[in-house]
Design a protein around this ligand. Structure first.
Ligand code: XMP
Length: 516
């Protein structure tokens, strides 16, 4: 397996995904792990990620020196290359010319690049189109290194000590803008580190099932099923491993999308024969939300009620020893890096599924190693329906944060209908897959309209559709006018109580994705 040491670049997770795409297992850990940790991990190769610091300033992060003493290949990317240069006796400087975006590099022959090129220059040199994002540069090679790619702005754009198998790239092979990036990473892991092709989903399913069986034995397991991708995939995987020792608890808080509870029960209980306890607590939730208008207070109430009900139900399964959760790899990495404050990202929302440890159950998290796309692949391998596996994310508080101000049953009904029409039309037009999240929002204000010969005075629905990689920043989706027109028409005609539809054209930042 490959070890990636994270210096805090926004692209570090992409490095891990690219490696796994070449069927090699890798893990991502903070740069300051102990030498003993690295020895115990016994990597066949190490990658040093990019990061926001400057390697020519003292006291900025360094790789543990043991990285260069194990006799295994090392690849430094961006800051990782600068750190490698600085630690092995080279020189790094704040560059006079900064480079952001596309760059053309002339490459030399070496094991990392092989024969590759995007084109041949008029002088007959092999050219690579790469993605750069750096202010500092390596200006002096460490002993034993040679330049393997360069251009006018960055004379040492890539370097190698082929005897020791140390490589440094100033550009980012992990982003798709670097056209040959995938091939460079393949060369590193397969040709230079000699990794096998042993990370694949069907094998993973078998291994994972054996691991769950060995861990759980004859014990009983409880899982809070939300209908979202992660908890659904975790449920099917665990069910494959231990069958009826698993009980899922599905809480309907009255703030779900149209037909959601029915669909979850249909897929899990009827189709996959998973034991699911379906609790309809919608009255209870609505009661507690009565008169509450503050978004954060609504979140707290919904979260607290969920925990309360989940605890009551799981207490009834007296001999349960395990609590299963659909925690995935990005959740694990995020909490690790926010602890050490390395990632400059702050995630303010947590799933309502975060349960307290007063349940005295051991945690079972079978998806902890997987990225979202791997979880989806696993879901398909396990036979979950395509629609469920490729669903947009849905917040824990559900429609509770999409009905502005006080939540009422009547509002939830109107919103559910409008939202269902919007999603149906997105799917029919092929736009559902081209947006990252899309939904309707209920505005509890009335405006005047004219319907037939009469005057109407009814509520407003806002439509929101966004495109994003990470949900930290997002663009509003440029949906075709004809599509928006059709959705608006249908909502106003079919949903009694709505006479106006608006489209939200705010980006994040400054607006958030949800309206509350
Ligand atoms: P915002 O609105 O902050 O949302 O731009 C970013 C992503 O997080 C989701 N979200 C939540 N998820 N509990 C959740 O589990 C919440 O309270 C919550 N609030 C927002 C939102 O749907 C989007 O995907």
């Amino acid at each position: 397996k490959i070890l990636i040491l994270d210096f805090g670049s926004q692209y570090t997770q992409l490095i891990a995904r690219r490696i796994r795409e070449t069927n090699v297992y890798c893990e991502l850990h903070p740069y300051d792990v102990t030498p003993q940790f690295i020895k115990d991990f016994s990597p066949i190769g190490i990658i040093l990620s990019g990061g926001p610091a400057s390697a020519f300033i003292e006291d900025t992060p360094r790789a543990p020196q043991i990285v260069f003493e194990l006799g295994i290949p090392v690849l430094g990317i961006c800051y990782g290359m600068q750190v490698m240069a600085a630690q092995l006796g080279g020189k790094v400087e704040g560059a006079k010319k900064r480079e952001f975006g596309y760059a053309e590099l002339y490459r030399q022959d070496c094991k990392l690049f092989g024969e590759m090129s995007d084109r041949i220059s008029v002088e007959g040199q092999a050219v690579l189109d790469v993605w750069m994002s750096h202010g500092d540069s390596v200006v002096g090679l460490p002993a034993g290194f040679k330049v393997i790619a360069s251009n006018a702005a960055t004379p040492i754009a890539a370097m190698a000590d082929e005897a020791r198998q140390f490589y440094g790239l100033q550009f980012h092979p992990e982003v798709t803008h670097t056209l040959q990036g995938k091939v460079i990473i393949e060369h590193f892991v397969h040709d230079i580190c000699a990794a096998g092709y042993d990370w694949n989903m069907p094998d993973y399913v078998e291994e994972s099932i054996s691991r769950i069986q060995a861990k759980v034995g004859k014990d009983k397991v409880i899982l809070g099923l939300s209908g979202g991708v992660d908890s659904s995939v975790a449920a099917v995987l665990i069910h494959r491993a231990i069958g009826d020792q698993l009980t899922c608890v599905f809480v309907d808080n009255g703030l779900l999308r149209q037909q959601e509870a029915e669909q979850v029960m249909e897929v899990f209980a009827n189709h996959l024969h998973v034991k699911v306890i379906h609790i309809d607590a919608s009255k209870q939730f609505l009661q507690y939300l009565q008169g509450v208008t503050d978004p954060e207070q609504k979140r707290r109430i919904i979260g607290r009620e969920f925990v309360e009900i989940f605890q009551q139900e799981s207490a009834k399964i007296t001999d349960a020893k395990w609590l299963a959760q659909g925690t995935i790899y990005p959740d694990v990495i995020e909490s690790a890096s926010s602890k050490t404050q390395k990632a400059h990202m702050i995630k303010s929302h947590h799933n309502v599924g975060g349960l307290p440890d007063t349940l005295h159950l051991k945690l079972l998290e079978p998806l902890r190693e997987l990225f979202k796309d791997e979880v989806r692949e696993l879901g398909l391998v396990l036979g979950l329906p395509h629609d469920m596996v490729f669903r947009h994310p849905f917040p824990g508080p559900g429609l509770g944060v999409r009905i502005l101000g006080e939540v009422k049953q009547e509002y939830a009904e109107l919103l559910r209908q409008a939202d269902a029409i919007f999603i149906e039309e997105l799917k029919a037009s092929g736009w559902y897959e081209r947006t990252s999240q899309a939904f309707a929002v209920f505005l509890p204000i009335k405006s005047v309209g004219v319907m037939g010969d009469g005057r109407s005075y009814e509520y407003v629905i806002a439509l929101r559709a966004i495109q994003t990689q990470d949900f930290m920043t997002a663009h509003w989706a440029e949906l075709p006018y004809t599509l928006l027109g059709k959705v608006s028409n249908r909502i106003i005609n079919e949903v009694r109580g709505i006479n106006r539809v608006v489209y939200d054209i705010s980006g994040k930042p400054p607006a958030t994705i949800e309206w509350e």
